[in-house]
Write a protein of this length. Structure first.
Ligand SMILES: O=C(O)C1=C[C@@H](OP(=O)(O)O)[C@@H](O)[C@H](O)C1
Ligand SMILES: C=C(OP(=O)(O)O)C(=O)O
Length: 456
């Protein structure tokens, strides 16, 4: 079993769980009865990594309060540090680690190599920053990262006049030959494989001499809330951004204001815990739920009731209650047909939920999640089928027909959300063993500790 340094410090990967075999992985705990738990989750990956980039390009020092500390955010910090940004950790007020002061470089400098790990935000948000630096910057990442599409970012930068070498054509590794300036202007690109191609260019665009007029040319555009998040973080720093029509964004050139920001909890990382209440019975409350947010995880408030759950929001606490048991004594979970094109990152956890419903579910609009940490459509089909489940891959989605499941191995494919999905299945099925639970450290190093706290 792979153990990353991002495992929660108090987590013994071989576990208190006596049934865990050291080489076989993490035996997911079964819920012995209804859950009744109140939990806090750490900061949002998507917000932390946007604020880190903007803070590095800002006109003075910024402070991030309650940022996420995880593999993805530390890779982002390392990447920006390699280009000359300085960071100072300061004691934080919340329970999940330090605050962070970001001191922008007087002049960004390349002549370095950046490890993107498996972080889409690092591989798509940092190349424009490297183009604003002087000297060549080479980007590479995990083996699985080399399979993730980069064409939109690479072609977008080329259209802006940036010189890049990409021997593997639209994939990592590649080198950005930064000249310290980007002229900017009109760019057309196809972002149907990832919204991050758009977000990455928009985040740096105020520093381009002419800003950007970015037009998406493909037929589909996934994960729109993530682009709205980008636009909102830009506006908060005084940048003029407009979207004159669907699929087009205009950013005016200008200074990026240095500000202090409080990072919201990661609502997509709240998903496995909220789904757990529906699968195992009982209720789970997440604290610190923002009143208003651009995070796609906020959609859980409306998505989970589609499966029969009851959701209640009181001030900053969101509580999910399991449905009443069905007449047959079952869980009372309903199947749901959902277009999840906006919420691709929620799909794996929702598939686990659908597997315990009393009828079939169909999730569509999610062909692009084949390009996430792993091919999530194939991975979900393989792992659930391996436990006796019935999941079929559609052209742009999945059809899940509930079937009796049995224990067995669950491969995570280095994908944090596949790992948490295995944990959800294991709440209701004895003997589910996740091969690499430590990969949850990509965005939630405290996952197993919080999972145990939830079940305590
Ligand atoms: O910009 C972001 O922070 C993200 C955008 C989305 O990517 P895709 O558009 O590639 O789905 C999302 O799935 C990912 O988890 C985070
Ligand atoms: C797709 C995801 O991550 P990334 O930011 O690496 O694209 C995810 O977290 O579900």
């Amino acid at each position: 079993m792979q153990i990353s340094k991002y495992s929660a410090p108090e987590f013994d990967p071989y576990g208190d769980n006596r049934q865990t075999e050291p080489d076989a992985g993490w035996r997911a705990p079964v819920a012995e009865g209804p859950i009744d738990s109140v939990l806090a989750v750490p900061g949002s990956k998507s917000l932390t990594n946007r604020e880190l980039v903007l803070a590095a390009l800002a006109d003075g020092p910024s402070t991030l309060h309650a940022p996420l500390w995880s593999r993805d955010s530390e890779l982002m910090i390392d990447a920006l540090r390699a280009l000359g940004t300085r960071f100072e950790r300061m004691p934080g007020q919340g329970g999940f680690g330090d605050d962070l002061r970001v001191l922008p470089a007087d002049e960004l400098l390349g002549s370095t190599t950046i490890d993107c790990g498996l972080a889409g935000t690092v591989m798509r948000f940092v190349p424009p920053v490297a183009a604003l630096a002087l000297g060549p910057t080479t980007f590479d990442g995990d083996e699985a990262a080399r399979r993730r599409p980069m064409g939109g970012s690479i072609e977008g930068l080329r259209a802006l006049g940036v010189d890049l070498d990409d021997n593997r054509r639209g994939a990592l590794p590649f080198t950005v030959h930064g000249t310290g300036r980007i002229e900017g202007g009109l760019v057309e690109l196809d972002a149907s494989a990832s919204s991050q191609f758009v977000s990455g260019l928009l985040l740096s665009a105020a520093r381009f001499e002419r800003g950007i007029d970015l037009r998406h040319t493909g037929e589909r555009l996934p994960s729109l809330p993530h682009i709205e998040m980008t636009v909102e973080t830009l506006r908060r720093r005084g940048i003029e951004v407009s979207s004159p029509e669907v699929g087009r964004w205009v950013v005016a050139p200008g200074p990026i204001r240095a500000i202090d920001v409080h990072v919201e909890p990661d609502l997509s990382n709240a998903a496995p815990f909220l789904v757990a209440a529906v699968v195992a019975g009982g209720r789970v409350t997440i604290t610190g739920w923002p009143e208003r947010t651009t995070q796609v995880g906020a959609q859980l408030e409306h998505l989970l009731p589609r499966f029969g759950a009851r959701v209640e929001r009181v001030e900053d606490r969101l509580t999910v209650h399991a449905p009443d048991p069905g007449a047959d004594g079952g869980r009372g979970i309903r199947g749901a047909d959902l277009d999840l094109s906006e919420a691709g990152e929620l799909v794996p956890n929702l598939v686990a939920l659908a597997a315990f419903a009393d009828g079939p579910s169909t999730f569509t609009g999610i062909g692009h999640i084949r390009h996430h940490e792993t091919d999530r459509l194939a991975a979900l089909v393989a792992e659930l089928t391996g436990l006796g489940g019935d999941v079929r891959e559609l052209e742009d989605g999945l059809q899940i027909t509930p079937a009796p499941l049995h224990g067995g191995g669950w491969r995570a494919y280095a994908d944090h959300r596949m790992a948490t999905t295995g944990a959800i299945v294991g709440l209701a099925v004895d003997g589910v063993v996740v091969d690499d639970i430590a990969c949850t450290g990509k965005t939630l190093p405290q996952f197993t500790a919080l999972w145990e706290q939830m079940l305590a």
